[in-house]
Design a protein around this ligand. Structure first.
Ligand code: MLT
Ligand code: MN
Ligand code: ZN
Length: 305
């Protein structure tokens, strides 16, 4: 199984178009040792030719252009993206669906039933797409595993997470199981497991169990401190309010990852907000992560399991 990080940033990207925080300003001017990042998305493939796009970010066209393996050009109109799965209905994970409208067959789209509701009500992208390529609906079950034809030999397990439905969701304030999911991809031949959860608000026991079994962890790296956005005067919301567990503090993501001691496990933070000091490659926060054996995802990062 192959996994590629298309976009390692949280919603807004890095630098964010209107942001002059230390990180965004510094990377724009070249005064900070940091690398730009596009918005939250990965691709997974069993054969290296057909890919499952996990989250369709607003940057999808640039991400496809940066990854020639997603454009095998077998026919006049063709794409290596065989199917799409969205883990929630957040803007940074679904807006890119509109960019895939030129397909000549309906887009196979995998999402939980509650995400399907959001995508046909609060943000009716599936209704809009019905006037273009259309979408082929596939419901992700919250119990037991499932598979996707294009990923032959890869099993998938979804687990309901405590995070947040988007602000426009009819159930933003009445969370439903399946508003946000984490995914485990299991390669049938190697037995290796990858766990992906870019929005992880709370580490509940079933989440910890899935994390402990994984050989690759791609987990929520949004904020370094819970009050990061408030301290910078950029938001009134804590990371927790937005459904993200900060890296520092008791029970934070560093503590959680420290408690996982599977041999050869790779621990990688993904979905990094542009305010997060771990983006500074020669900074103390990045050094501290390295001491804990934790990596920071960048666009183009590739894994083979
Ligand atoms: C989030 O995960 O909280 C989102 O990135 C927010 C957004 O896209 O606006
Ligand atoms: Mn996001
Ligand atoms: Zn910024």
């Amino acid at each position: 199984m192959k996994i590629r990080v298309l976009g390692s940033s949280a919603g807004g990207g890095f630098p964010q178009w209107n942001c002059n925080c230390r990180n965004c300003d510094g990377v724009r001017r070249g005064t900070l040792k940091a690398t730009p990042r596009t918005q939250s998305s990965i691709v997974v493939s069993a054969n290296g030719e057909d890919w499952l796009l996990v989250n369709a970010s607003p940057d999808i066209l640039a991400q496809i252009a940066a990854h020639p393996e997603l454009q095998p050009a077998r026919r006049t109109r063709d794409s290596g993206i065989a199917a799409v799965l969205t883990i929630d209905a957040q803007i940074d994970h679904v807006t890119g669906l509109l960019m895939l409208r030129e397909r000549d067959t309906p887009l196979p789209l995998h999402a939980t039933d509650v995400v399907w509701q959001d995508l046909s009500s609060g943000f009716p992208v599936t209704s809009i797409l019905s006037h273009y390529c259309g979408v082929e609906r596939h419901s992700i079950p919250l119990a037991g595993g499932f598979s996707i034809p294009a990923l032959h030999g890869v099993g998938i397990e979804a687990l309901a997470l405590s995070s947040k439905a988007p602000p426009y969701s009819p159930h933003r304030n009445a969370p439903q199981p399946g508003d946000n999911i984490g995914l485990t991809f299991i390669d049938a031949s190697s037995g290796k497991r990858a766990f992906y959860a870019p929005g992880l608000g709370k580490i509940e026991p079933h989440v910890m169990a899935a994390m402990k079994d994984a050989d690759l962890l791609l987990v929520d790296g949004t904020c370094w401190t819970d009050d990061e956005m408030i301290k910078l005067g950029l938001s009134k919301k804590t990371a927790a309010d937005m459904g993200h567990l900060a890296q520092t503090g008791p029970g934070g993501m560093i503590d959680v990852l420290d408690s996982i001691d599977r041999p050869n496990v790779r621990k990688v933070l993904i979905h990094i907000n542009n305010t997060n000091p771990i983006l500074v490659e020669d900074g103390p926060e990045r050094r501290l992560l390295a001491e804990h054996g934790i990596e920071v995802a960048c666009d183009g990062m590739a894994f083979e399991l």
